[in-house]
Write a protein that binds this ligand. Structure first.
Ligand code: ADP
Ligand code: ZN
Ligand code: MG
Length: 478
């Protein structure tokens, strides 16, 4: 009988922290600026420059650690990790090896078999490297140091995951925590969240783990899922052929759907770590931890509980809305302004999610403001605009965050309340359609619908349907 294999996966996830300035200097962390415009002697590794630790980095790392049920290391310090590469101007990276800021935590993920804990071995703070841009036409490489010194937290899991689905659930969970805490936007495409996947296989029932490889360069959930499947099969084939898996770092090429060896895996001693001499140890008091704990915002589970208590919306809606902090904030603010949770939820669950899907947008890309959504709801309820006009206006709020009141005014979309205008339109439709009128009078109910439709069209959909129906009835039955 064919052997059965189990996949074992542990992740090293880098999250870029959303501080305004870098970890050891005052340069901006802004993404997408012209190359080498956010640099100084510290983050370009000039001799004689000295790092100064950004306190916000420590607080964000503590917040992440606490949210992932870790123990905070109350005396922690930085270590120097030496390696030579042009993206790293100091020739070393300031990181943490011996006393990382947080240890021994876990996050819970949902699996088909129920909730599962993925243990977190540690979280440590470190600085990001610069970015190399290879120009193959010109046969040159360029370097941009804007990213050099951007603060990172690396989150190292235990090898607790068993499938690509579990890996993605874990990453989504980390992303949700970081976004809820406001410590990172976690955009895989922009590299503010990056995952290295360590994977081994073993025969089902085996006690020992197999030899693992590490895959880098994964910048989407899709690439991660592909890479896991590809590497799992590659390792199983090796074992089936009686060969060995070599512990190494591999690069996954998602276009070629293939991974290739990058370098043999280096050990900690290859980096010649030693305590960073330019920075003092960080002493974290009980009070400091208590302060960060007290500042932790409501996370998703608590939010769901509160929604159940405060708002009369279905559990399903609440779950989808709280999936992203961005959407939850929008919902709460709009409810606060208009006081109608069910209506706000309907717009979000219906039109907003539909448009987001059409345009394949992420919650972070949303531009509509809660003020304008709330106003739209109030205007509809007050009868100032009809339901169909409201849907049209919503699209413009969604794409350009227009002020609905102004937009309706400028485009003449206000509901026609003027009885004279309605009468005029209805009379014209009746005069123009003698056949339909005769049909209706002869008992054909359907004919009424046709007359109604024409009247609404004549009023450009802006009239209150109830008022038009009444007027039509009155005249026809007169
Ligand atoms: P190193 O010190 O070489 O980086 P670590 O022990 O820190 O190795 O582990 C790095 C990552 O690899 C962790 O996320 C861990 O869960 C994962 N890992 C370790 N051993 C295995 C294995 N046999 N199979 C899959 N993943 C593993
Ligand atoms: Zn700098
Ligand atoms: Mg490691």
């Amino acid at each position: 009988m064919a052997k059965q294999y189990e996949t074992v996966i542990g992740l090293e996830v880098h999250i870029e922290l959303a501080t305004k300035t870098k970890i050891f200097c005052g340069c901006s962390t802004e993404f997408g600026s012209a190359p080498n415009t956010h640099t100084c002697p510290v983050c370009t590794g000039m001799p004689g420059s000295l790092p100064v630790l950004n306190k916000q980095v420590v607080e964000y790392a503590m917040a992440l650690g606490l949210a992932a049920n870790c123990k905070i290391t109350q005396v922690c310090k930085f270590d120097r990790k030496n390696y030579f590469y042009p993206d790293n101007p100091q020739n070393y990276q300031i990181s943490q090896l011996y006393l990382p800021i947080a240890r021994d935590g876990y996050v819970e993920i949902d699996t088909p078999a129920g909730p599962k804990k993925v243990r977190i071995h540690e979280m440590h703070m470190e600085e990001d490297a610069g970015k190399l841009v290879h120009d193959e036409w010109d046969d040159t490489s360029l370097v941009d140091y804007n990213r050099s010194g951007v603060p990172l937290v690396e989150i190292v899991s235990e090898p607790d995951m068993r499938s690509a689905d579990e890996v993605i659930a874990y990453l989504e969970k980390l992303r949700m925590i970081a976004q809820y805490l406001g410590v990172s936007d976690c955009k895989l495409q922009e590299g503010s969240m990056r995952a290295d996947v360590n994977l081994s296989v073993r025969e089902v029932g085996a006690e020992e783990y197999g030899t693992r490889t590490e895959m880098k360069n994964l910048n989407s959930f899709k690439a991660i899922a592909h890479a896991i499947e590809g590497e799992r099969q590659r390792q199983i084939e090796l074992l089936e052929e009686g060969k060995e898996v070599i512990q190494e770092t591999r690069r996954w090429d998602d276009n070629k759907e293939h991974s290739y060896a990058m370098r043999s895996k280096e050990d900690a001693q290859d980096y010649r770590y030693f305590p960073e001499p330019d920075l003092v140890p960080i002493v974290i008091s009980d009070e400091w931890i208590a302060k960060i704990r007290a500042q932790q915002p409501e996370l998703r589970t608590e939010k769901l509980e509160r929604y159940k208590r405060e708002f009369d919306i279905p559990q399903y809606d609440a779950e989808l809305i709280t999936e992203s902090k961005r959407v939850a904030d929008l919902f709460e603010k709009a409810v606060e302004l208009c006081g109608k949770p069910k209506k706000v939820s309907n717009w979000i669950m219906g039109e907003m999610f539909r448009l987001m899907k059409d345009k394949s947008m992420e919650p972070e890309d949303l531009v509509l403001s809660p003020e304008h959504l709330a106003k739209l709801i109030d205007m509809t309820d007050a009868g100032a605009i009809s339901a169909s006009v409201a849907r049209k206006v919503f699209e413009h709020i969604f794409t350009d965050d227009v002020d609905p009141e102004k937009y309706v005014e400028e485009n003449g979309l206000k509901t026609v309340k003027d009885e004279g205008a309605i009468r005029e339109a209805v009379e014209k439709v009746i005069a123009d359609n003698p056949q339909a009128v005769a049909d209706y009078k002869g008992g054909k109910e359907k004919a009424f619908g046709a007359l109604m439709g024409q009247s609404m069209r004549m009023l450009k959909g802006k009239a209150d349907a109830g008022a038009v129906r009444e007027m039509l009835m009155d005249i026809l039955n007169a």
